[in-house]
Design a protein around this ligand. Sequence first.
Ligand code: ADP
Ligand code: MG
Length: 483
Amino acid sequence: MSWSEKYDVVIGLEVHAQLATNSKLFCGDSTEFGAGPNTHVSPITLGHPGTLPKTNKKAINYAIRMGLACSCEIEKDNYFARKNYFYPDLPKGYQISQHTTPICKGGLVRIKTDDGSFRNVQLNRIHLEEDAGKSIHDLDDQYTCIDLNRAGTPLIEIVTEPDIFSAEEAYQYVTEIRKLVRWLGICDGNMEEGSLRCDANISLKPKGSSKLGTRVEVKNVNSIRNVKKAIEFEVERLASILDAGKSVQQQTRSFDASNDTTFAIRDKEEANDYRYFPDPDLAPFHLTESFINSIAAELPVLPNVLQEKYQQELGLSAYDAHQLSEDLATSHFFEATTKFTSHYKAVANWILGPIRQWLHEHHLHIEQLHLSSEKFAGLLNLVDEGKINFSIASSKILPVLIADNKTSALAIAESLNLLQISDTGELEKWIEEVIAKMPDKVAEYQKGKKGLIGLFVGEVKKLSKGKADPKMVTSLLEQALQK
Ligand code: ADP
Ligand code: MG
């Protein structure tokens, strides 16, 4: 019997997202990534005596954005607490976090499940906290180097309930979080630079049991694929412990990306190990209804809402709708183009096909595409009207149109001599040639093998070097072959 028949997997994720503010959570130090080590470290970051932290309003705004986007309840009466622990990359000896009053409570994140349908993952909370510095172990043989630039950078920690039930769901959840924070413009979502980090809590319980098993926590996993791999590894490991009749120890572990395994780093600490208390240097802050409402009013339309709209109002498939609402820039480009053409399906196909391919080949993101949606729609319309065929339009005209945004698709097609030939006289000449060349096939066709029409059309297209209008060729051929 495999473990999946014996055990239920239960996962809760804690995702840390670095907020895209210019300055730190409690002082004006820059949050820029990649600066020389220890260059963004004022006395406040270092917690020198006599310094006074002051809260970054934008960070609060961003945390509320995320909370509203996830339908959380926003806490009006907030305070910051000190979470005390000793670690070399924590200059103050405590981390400023929120304790009993997370700024956002509850909430939901919609994910794609293993069978392709959607469901909501229940959130526990989203709270604000500052990041620690960075310990660098591989720079020197004997010493660990400390870079405190990151210390004090604003984070939100998004904590789910134990409401995720497979490694694949966890993968989908983190993907969705990354999409959302980027959509809201509150975090760049760049996992390589550590802007998003995930702690995965995993437990197994006997199938169908309502009591949660003992969990292990894998800390600081830094890519979405590794979240999945870490969970897969842990599930196997926990199952073999339980299979052997032993019990799981609550533990904090780390993921080793070099061999896709995890290893224990410490036994689990309890909340009371941290001696939380309200930070005496920071006044509690109250959020007014009107402040929260003003943030709600600025929120962009959310991807789920757009996806629904694209399916319901524009008749697109679930797949297309989901892909087009993958990021804000794609949806903007899609919607801008639909102002000039109502062939929504064609616009979707073009963006998800040739445009994506072109971007991929040029290692660019859609935000870097300087293509006027009006000119782009012009190209689509040429195809639609049968003036050029799709493959010429996408392979020959699109790249020129992107490079030269001033000239219209029609002018480009004319200057490159790519317009389809729908002049009957010219087409008929080629048709005669093809019919004369293939008497056997013509006889077969006339005996009823109508599928051969494609072959004849293909031959005419070849003679025309791809420029014959296939619709006209087909109908002219049908007439000619009846004779
Ligand atoms: P801590 O801050 O000590 O890690 P929390 O209570 O904040 O503890 O929970 C951390 C995460 O662990 C949450 O996402 C929660 O859903 C998850 N979690 C708690 N218990 C379990 C369990 N038995 N199995 C899986 N996940 C769990
Ligand atoms: Mg935790």
